[in-house]
Write a protein that binds this ligand. Structure first.
Ligand SMILES: O=C(O)[C@H]1O[C@H](OP(=O)(O)OP(=O)(O)OC[C@H]2O[C@@H](n3ccc(=O)[nH]c3=O)[C@H](O)[C@@H]2O)[C@H](O)[C@@H](O)[C@@H]1O
Length: 436
């Protein structure tokens, strides 16, 4: 009240309270009009900025939104960009699907995107092209997909504004979620990158999918590493998965639980695929078969791990083409999500499958195969399996995938590595690329 009486003490100005016709007062009146015009202009300018530069606009995006500042500065949006998005995702076959493939410039992502496109499905890629390994390999995969008609949007799965925009432009029927921080041993070097991509990124994606109308069905990459320290082999989906040996494995296991939650609350159809050490052409340079090849060619020694008492370390190495068939079968058999407007309407499908090869091979045998294919002797340095997240043995029981997806791997390690080596030698033939 005191303040009001104080305001009341100020002499009233003619422009505000009295219609006085003196020239002086007219001047004051004009100055108020100028102020009003000025503030109206500012107001209109703000409205203009809001509508024409917001994420749902058609002009290119920068990181003006503070919640997106921790993301790398990707530029997206604009009429030309939207046209490319739409055209890439357009279905060109009867009963085809439109699939958003995250991690499309990655190893599995590239192969799956190309296979979907080949059979007439609409495919849009998304990738942040991070430098976990040589980004020029990712760029080469991008060029490959570009030629096949697949556009890869550059952006991060943590960027919800971008994801929402993509769903606004295309009503994706399916999401193939392969973007992740991969690698078992690197988790000790950069733990937060696993949380960022495999947990926060997954949640960001599921948040957008749950609100999309219609909700897509989601197939995503889990990992054989969720079996952790289990000793009962072969690994079955019914086995326990509560003793992960690496943070990587823990984040994949967390992903499976998060998938359960989004299925339960929002009716999202979710299928997790537990991949077993996938290898092949266009593979990942951080994986042993890849850098063993590089180092054998360079005459550098390679470290081969063995368990206590010269125990064999082995992997159920699975060839990329078999994995791609498994991924497509998972997409084809995925039922629709049941929710809409962020609300569940009924129970939805929730599945998890092993996609392995069912025949584990010791790492030392992998090296022998590479030696034969490269016609070079490896300099073997035998080391005790370090306690850095690696497990001694993986072996998939694939009967569930066989029954429900018709999954049947057909490539043995020898034939698969032959194809990998042929690709490797051709890809790095010019000597310009380093193979790292
Ligand atoms: O199956 C899976 O889920 C996982 O498969 C691989 O993980 P990993 O099997 O450890 O593959 P590599 O890193 O290529 O290692 C293969 C084998 O070589 C051994 N190794 C690795 C590196 C090395 O210097 N020496 C060596 O003997 C490892 O102990 C392992 O037995 C992938 O890197 C993971 O991203 C994936 O999730």
């Amino acid at each position: 009240m005191k303040q009001i009486s104080h305001l009341d003490d100020i002499p009233s100005t003619p422009g505000k309270f009295k219609m006085d016709k003196s020239p002086y007062n007219r001047l004051r009146w004009h100055s108020s009009l100028a102020k009003l015009t000025f503030w109206s202009f500012i107001f209109l300018a703000l409205i203009f900025i809001f509508f024409f530069r917001s994420p749902s606009s058609s002009t290119p995006q920068s990181l003006s939104d503070p919640s997106r500042r921790y993301l790398q500065n990707y530029s997206w949006g604009g009429a030309a960009w939207e046209k490319r998005v739409r055209s890439s995702a357009r279905i060109r076959s009867r009963n085809g699907m439109s699939v958003l493939v995250t991690g499309a410039a990655g190893f599995v992502g590239t192969h799956v995107s190309a296979a979907l496109k080949r059979r007439g499905d609409g495919v849009l890629g998304l990738d942040n092209f991070n430098d976990y390994y040589d980004p020029s390999l990712k760029r080469a995969r991008q060029a490959l997909l570009e030629r096949a008609g697949v556009f890869i949007v550059e952006g991060d799965i943590n960027d919800e504004a971008l994801l929402r925009k993509l769903f606004e432009v295309v009503a994706f029927t399916h999401v193939m979620h392969l973007a992740a921080q991969a690698g078992v041993r690197y988790a000790m070097e950069n733990p937060s990158s696993y949380v960022h991509s495999n947990i926060a990124g997954l949640v960001s994606l599921l948040e957008v999918c749950k609100s999309a109308n219609p909700q897509p069905a989601i197939v995503w990459a889990s990992s054989s590493s969720v079996y952790g320290l289990n000793t009962k082999v072969p690994f079955s989906e019914k086995d326990r998965t509560d003793q992960p040996a690496s943070l990587y494995a823990a984040t994949k296991k967390a992903g499976e639980e998060i998938a359960h939650t989004y299925n339960h609350i929002y009716g999202l159809s979710l299928t997790g695929l537990r991949f077993f050490t996938v290898y092949g052409p266009w593979g990942r340079p951080d994986m042993a078969y890849f850098f063993f090849t590089r180092d054998i060619l360079k005459g550098k020694s390679i470290s081969i791990f063995e368990a206590a008492n010269h125990g064999t370390v082995a992997r159920d190495f699975t060839y990329i083409d078999d994995i791609v068939r498994g991924c497509l079968a998972a997409l084809d058999t995925a039922e629709k999500s049941t929710g809409s407007g962020g609300k569940k309407k009924g129970p939805a499908q929730l599945r998890v499958y092993n996609l392995g090869n069912t025949s584990p091979v010791p790492v030392s045998d992998l090296v022998s195969i590479l030696e034969r294919l490269l016609k070079l002797k490896a300099k073997r340095n035998i080391l005790r399996l370090p306690r850095n997240g690696d497990v001694q043995y993986t072996h998939a029981n694939i009967s569930l995938a066989q029954r429900e997806l018709g999954y049947k791997p057909t490539t043995d390690l020898q034939s698969g590595l032959k194809k990998f080596v042929r690709w490797y030698l051709r890809f790095y033939a010019d000597g310009k690329k380093s193979g790292v």
